[in-house]
Design a protein around this ligand. Structure first.
Ligand code: NAD
Length: 492
């Protein structure tokens, strides 16, 4: 099926009810690499959002709602095929919007986008439901079983750090169990989502089952979706502060909410750790994607006997990182997502000095002497000597930044890791097996890695506690959110 209007004709279009829609205002998407214009984007206003909601509702009442599990699963595999067929286009789109390295876009972002559809297409088809043979006190018997029904119309609001990966992490399970969705990517990363709309269209997704609206948060598409009375659920990944704004907007209609929010993740490095593996793993967990992964480590606690050696080794790793053009094969780190975000991260670097910290390395922006000086680049930065209550140790920076502090005992390390308003992830480095289990189990976070970082199985529960989120995604946990059971009771 050809797209009714090419999505990229003049500006990136919205996709509503099976057609590309270029009506309304536009905004500019700038490259974080050098500040140049990547593309213009159509901003969905209230009329577009209303049309998307009506199209989604109609899809549920029509072909999409009537489709069986097997057919839906096959369709989602076709979407994954479409992503793989246009793999290079997706890689280019993701790099243009984010400045992330070719290596990362090719090995993490785009493959995971396709994998998300395959995993949830298969899991949803194989889903079992519960059944009880009931005997009541007065001697009656019944068969009680549950059927899982989609929530209805689901708004998917996604961030910019892993644009396709995180958008599809929600879209795939929501569609796999039969919801109609309205996707809103970040205003900073509209390109791969628009390609996805083309892929959905080409795969033959029934009109209205998948809709895409571009725009911002407050007073724009994000808020319009969160407040919309005919949307049943909002699934959101982004900042904790935005999560609470969405919660307030969604409260009047008591919408179902799933939130993956911010983090201030701790790594605990014990003196019995494999030193080189701990340094290498911590460098990855601090600097991957320029620190712009919610799971990145920003607080490193190192047992005192190896503290100085560890700080020196991590400094060496930070200074060896190749900060370069995204398409250079050796690039380790690209720019941050935007000039606005760069200013925020640089303000934290400055704050670290004001709060009395020692800048071990970095602390500013690199100078290139070429077009990149108009981009959103910062140096990888390590700080020591800050008080645990300081803003740099308690607030999420979301850049290539960490603070390293010493500890003496296991008990103290656990207390330091848990002394945070966030609770997304933690990492423990030790060769003592018992300590690994013992400490991991006491860290108050949604995921704890021992002697590794970011090793993921898409079937496991994923999410955060405290300010880091509500609910769990991954495998059956995602399906449990996007479909609700109805109990059917048959008296025998
Ligand atoms: P953000 O909260 O600024 O924006 C995320 C999305 O929400 C965007 O699409 C934005 O347009 C929209 N939005 C903003 N304000 C809104 C409002 N009032 N109503 C409705 N929608 C609104 O987050 P970001 O800067 O794009 O992403 C970075 C943040 O995301 C970090 O805090 C990071 O930790 C978090 N994150 C969490 C996870 C996780 O799984 N827990 C994963 C990735 C990123």
């Amino acid at each position: 099926m050809p797209a009714s209007t090419p999505a990229h004709s003049e500006c990136l279009a919205n996709y509503v009810g099976g057609a590309f829609d270029s009506s309304g205002n536009t905004f500019t998407n700038l490259s974080p690499v050098d500040g140049s214009v990547v593309n213009r984007v159509c901003e969905a206003d209230a009329a577009v959002v209303n049309r998307a909601v009506a199209a989604a509702r109609a899809a549920l009442a029509g072909d999409w709602g009537a489709m069986g599990d097997n057919e839906r699963s096959a369709l989602l595999h076709k979407v994954a095929d479409g992503i793989e067929r246009r793999f290079d286009d997706f890689v280019q789109a993701e790099m243009a919007d984010t400045g992330k390295s070719l290596w990362q876009a090719r090995t993490i972002d785009i493959p995971r986008g396709a994998a998300n559809f395959r995993v949830f297409a298969d899991l949803a088809r194989q889903r079992a439901s519960e059944c009880f043979h009931t005997t009541t006190a007065d001697g009656r018997q019944a068969l009680n079983y549950a059927i899982n029904k989609p929530l209805g119309v689901v708004a998917v609001i996604a961030p910019w750090n892993l644009p396709l990966l995180l958008l599809t992490w929600k879209l795939a399970p929501a569609l796999a169990v039969g919801n109609a969705v309205i996707a809103k990517p970040s205003e900073d990363t509209p390109s791969s989502a628009t390609l996805l709309a083309e892929v959905m269209h080409e795969a033959g997704m029934p009109p209205g089952a998948f809709n895409l609206v571009h725009g911002f948060g407050p007073d724009s598409a994000g808020e319009l979706l969160s407040r919309h009375p005919d949307i049943d659920a909002v699934t959101f990944t982004g900042e904790s502060r935005t999560g609470s704004a969405i919660m307030r907007a969604a409260a009047d209609n008591v919408k179902a909410l799933s939130f993956e929010l911010g983090g201030k993740n701790a790594a605990l490095v014990f003196e019995d750790a494999d030193f080189d593996a701990a340094v290498e793993g911590t460098a990855k967990s601090v600097f991957t994607n320029g620190g712009q992964v919610c799971l990145c480590t920003e607080r490193v606690y190192v047992q005192r006997p190896i503290f100085d050696r560890f700080v020196a080794a991590l400094k060496g790793r930070a200074e060896a990182l190749r900060i370069d053009w995204p398409d250079s094969p050796d690039t380790d780190m690209g720019p941050l997502i935007s000039h606005e975000h760069r200013d925020k991260v640089l303000a934290y670097y400055q704050l670290a000095r004001t709060e009395g910290g020692t800048i071990v390395t970095g602390g500013g922006a690199p100078h290139f002497g070429d077009a990149r000086d108009s981009g959103a680049w910062v140096q990888p930065t390590i700080v020591t000597g800050l008080a645990e209550q300081s803003r740099c140790v308690t607030e999420e920076v979301f850049g290539p930044f960490c603070h390293i502090a010493p500890f003496d005992t296991e008990e103290e390390a656990i207390a330091l890791a848990n002394a945070s308003d966030y609770g997304l992830a933690g990492t423990v480095w030790t060769t003592n097996l018992q300590r690994g289990h013992r400490v991991a189990q006491r860290i108050h976070a949604g995921i704890v890695w021992v002697n590794t970082w970011y090793l993921r199985d898409l079937r496991t529960p994923f999410g955060g506690v405290k300010l880091s989120g509500i609910g769990r995604e991954g495998g059956q946990h995602s399906l449990n959110f996007y479909a609700e059971p109805t109990n059917i009771c048959i008296q025998l």
